[in-house]
Design a protein around this ligand. Sequence first.
Ligand code: RIB
Ligand code: CA
Length: 331
Amino acid sequence: MRERERERAKQGKTDRTMATRKIIIDTDPGQDDSVAILIALGSPHELEVVAIVSVAGNVPLWRTTENALKVTDLAGRPDVPVYAGCARPMRRQPITAEHVHGTTGINGVDLAPASRPAQDQHGVDFLIDTLRASEPGEITLCVLGPITNVAMAMVKAPDITGRIAEIVWMAGAYFEVGNITPTAEFNVYVDPEAADVVVKSGVKLTMVPLDVTHRALATHERLDRFRALGNRAGQAVADMLNFSERFDLGKYGWIGAPLHDPCVIAYLLQPEIFVGRHINVEIELAGTYTTGMTVADWWGVSKRPANVTYLRDVDADAFFSLLVERVGRLP
Ligand code: RIB
Ligand code: CA
């Protein structure tokens, strides 16, 4: 977001007529990814979803690709192209999360078969070609899963880093510690080498870690608000989150499950409801027990240069009001 808009956003004077921001969503749907995609497609005045690139993560690539096609159909947007990206991490063996998301990755709903196939071009090559054809600062990357595709694009075409406006990535944990290991958050743990490439790339990077998503709890009262919309998208959101909440409710015993990936899109729409700090974040690659940990230097003790805007808090009521309003705009 341009500095002027950020300043106006901070003053609560967000200019709703601000230019539409072009985004590419890189994702491993995933119920929470699916809600993030719906929020983005419900915000056409602020966000132009150029394309979706799928990645192996919550479930294998063929399923994340199929889910991205189905969710865009659900939103009435079969025009949004889906490109299949990487089927495995840069170096490590794939890790999936069916224990959270179910076998399909979007258990809780049984969506209609996709109306069209994914694009033929590989998602990494699509990222490279599209960024090279764009103006510097024109496209924002919204990453909702392991960041393998973006890192591979940076390795294959280092020149694209100068073209990316910003990367906003649901990733990491520090104060909340890990969710897939005691120290690592899933999206980083699946491909820590890819995370390391990106945090060292110099690209403007905003991380949306568990430290903030754990403050956006999808309570049953909030889920009921999606059902009360009376549209198919609202019902699907409630049904998907009602399934995926089982894992977190059983683990944390909270009154609702944290809603991770939609925080990325909400940050683009209303940055003023989030709180963060520009700090140094490094990725642990060689820890016996800490591989994939995001070492977030919140108190600046390392004197290492700041490379990440690291979000730490969110106004949860404003967040869910935004989500319900945007899902309400869909079929
Ligand atoms: O740790 C939470 C992240 O892992 C979310 O993006 C969720 O969809 C899974 O990919
Ligand atoms: Ca995800």
